[in-house]
Design a protein around this ligand. Sequence first.
Ligand code: GLY
Length: 245
Amino acid sequence: MVKILKSEICGEIVIGRNAINYLSRILNEIDPYKIGVVTSRSVATLWMKVLLENTKRSIDQIFVLPDGEEAKSLGNVIDLWRRLIYSKFTRKSLLISFGGGAICDVVGFVASTYMRGIGLINIPTTLLSQIDAAIGGKTGIDFEGKNIIGTFYPPNAVIVDPMFLETLPDDEFKSGMAEIIKYGIINNSNLLEKIESNLDRILVRDSRILEEIIQDCIRIKVNIVERDFKEKDLRMILNLSLIHI
Ligand code: GLY
């Protein structure tokens, strides 16, 4: 079942099967002047049609970046800023980040810096980005090192739909699973037991169990980010750099 978490700091987060159906309602509420979608090559090929069917309004620009970390370059940021200017995006406009963690990071950065900040909706399409990069407002690009330049900028909304995981390559699914296990360790909850007792269903990507586990992980992350948005101490636990009891 779709769950909606409303967080002052993390924005509205809609999580569950068919969560993408909520996109048009969210866009109508924000009512942006212009809408741009930024995605990666592979996500554009696999899922752009589904996204466009769910916006129920016209999209002014679609920007396609390379897959993976290559998207997070200053060159791509400059290109996006320029294209937003030439397409007359105002401060009342909005970007939808549609892809994995790299897309989330770079689009968040562009949204936070263009005209001192425009609207942002994250629609993560990998397991890892659904439980990590899309949640909590960290943005970043790679410049003389990974994530050296970035901002803290919460999105207006995040839509997390396990449907997008159907086409995820095995390696990427496994790195998402590693992150889920990390949440189990951090939270000391029954999450690890849930994973163990549902392993068969998880491995065949049963969307019901994935939905439940993703909801658990996002709740854990939101709870931490709300207490330490700017990563002064507690939030470091998400990188297992500091263990709090
Ligand atoms: N990826 C860790 C954090 O969001 O703080």
